[in-house]
Design a binder for this molecule. Structure first.
Ligand code: DAH
Length: 374
């Protein structure tokens, strides 16, 4: 009996002193394993008389219960302590300032393209696209600019030194107008699209870059007239510049692909040496109302030859079209001075003039944006 009692005292002391789960496991095997000290005592039960089993047997069973309970308790204790230590090591101080975020921003040109899509979607226009590597039929001929037409020379075209399978000269499109042709050829009439995208001309100075952006507009339907064109452009420009204080002038002009053609000018005021859209020439004489007309875009009624070139009957279908420089729109709206900086890829410029990716233009939330840097 005293053997059992002293074994129990020893084992419980060893268990209490074990300070990691592996040590507890070693003690368990040493006591309760096949060759264990407690197991050895249990094996003696078989040879005992009923009386011995009554007294000594109970003591051995109690020993086994006490030892396995102590092992389980110590194991749980050590595991809890390990978890507490791990949690303490992973503690975060939520009151510390957040680390700086490395986030990109939306280029003003992309922002303006999104704004245009939003404004014109509300007027029922879809967004169409076409290839930047075009052929001279889509870029010129189908738009009523034949080989000998002076407008071809005026476009400062980048040509490739190869032709396509149909013997057409390949080039970088000089405007977004070829998308008009591609859209009509692909889907017929009616048409209501805008086509924003990159365009190219061999031209480079403070106000021209060899790559620039345009947005084309095209409406083809029955009974379309200049009134539809004027209303659409006015509605678009007021929504884009987010003001009704815009005074427009349609000035007779010439484009081979429209007849009649009109260039659209808007009145600008001079504020702190900067041109700002708004006001009108009726506001007063130049001395008190300094300002002038600024050309915004080209437009007109689609030439019957263009409609026919795209495979539609010009007796049945009429329409209007317009083309507008996107970079210029972005500069005007967001007060950016130098066009060339648009394409320098300078991170400081992008950070200042860029827009947050979360600042998606919507009509309900305001198509405009305050910008990342603002
Ligand atoms: N394609 C012309 C350009 O690049 C702009 C333009 C003018 C487009 C009149 C049109 C239009 O659709 O009707 O200068």
């Amino acid at each position: 009996m005293t053997d059992i009692a002293s074994l129990q005292t020893q084992l419980l002391a060893d268990i209490a002193a074990a300070n990691d789960p592996a040590a507890v496991e070693t003690l368990r095997v040493a006591a309760l394993g096949k060759q264990g000290s407690v197991s050895a005592l249990l094996k003696t039960l078989g040879a005992m008389t009923p009386e011995q089993r009554q007294s000594e047997g109970r003591a051995i069973h109690d020993l086994r219960e006490a030892v396995s309970a102590a092992l389980a308790a110590r194991k749980a204790e050590l595991e809890n302590a390990a978890l507490d230590a791990q949690l303490a090591g992973e503690r975060l101080d939520m009151s510390l300032p957040a680390p700086p975020r490395h986030e990109g921003s939306i280029h003003p040109v992309s922002q303006v393209m999104d704004e245009l899509a939003e404004i014109f979607a509300d007027l029922g226009f879809a967004v169409a696209t076409g290839p930047e590597i075009e052929d001279d039929w889509h870029n010129f001929t189908a738009l009523n600019i034949p080989e000998t037409h002076p407008a071809r020379a005026m476009h400062d075209t980048f040509y490739f030194d190869r032709e396509d399978g149909e013997g057409r000269k390949m080039l970088l499109r000089t405007h977004t107008s070829p998308v008009q042709i591609r859209k009509m050829v692909a889907d017929g009439a009616p048409v209501r699209i805008i086509a924003p995208g990159r365009t190219y001309r061999s031209d480079s100075d403070a106000t021209h870059t060899p790559m620039f952006h345009q947005v084309e507009g095209l409406v083809i339907d029955r009974g379309i007239h200049m009134g539809h064109l004027k209303w659409t452009l006015e509605t678009f420009l007021k929504a884009f510049f987010e003001t009704d204080d815009i005074h427009l002038r349609l000035r007779p002009s010439y484009f081979p692909f429209t007849e009649p053609s009109a260039e659209v000018d808007a009145w600008y005021r001079v504020e702190k040496g900067r041109r700002v859209l708004g006001g009108s020439p009726d506001d007063g004489p130049q001395e008190t109302n300094p300002g002038g007309w600024m050309e915004l875009l080209g437009s007109g009624m689609v030439h019957p030859k263009v409609i026919a070139a795209a495979g539609l009957d010009p007796e049945e279908w009429q329409g209007f079209a317009f083309g507008c420089g996107i970079d210029r729109l972005a500069m005007l709206k967001y007060g950016i001075d130098d066009l060339r900086a648009f394409f320098d890829g300078d991170l400081r410029w992008l950070k200042h003039y860029g827009f947050s990716a979360l600042d998606v233009p919507t009509l309900s939330g305001g198509v405009s944006s305050s910008g990342v840097g603002a």
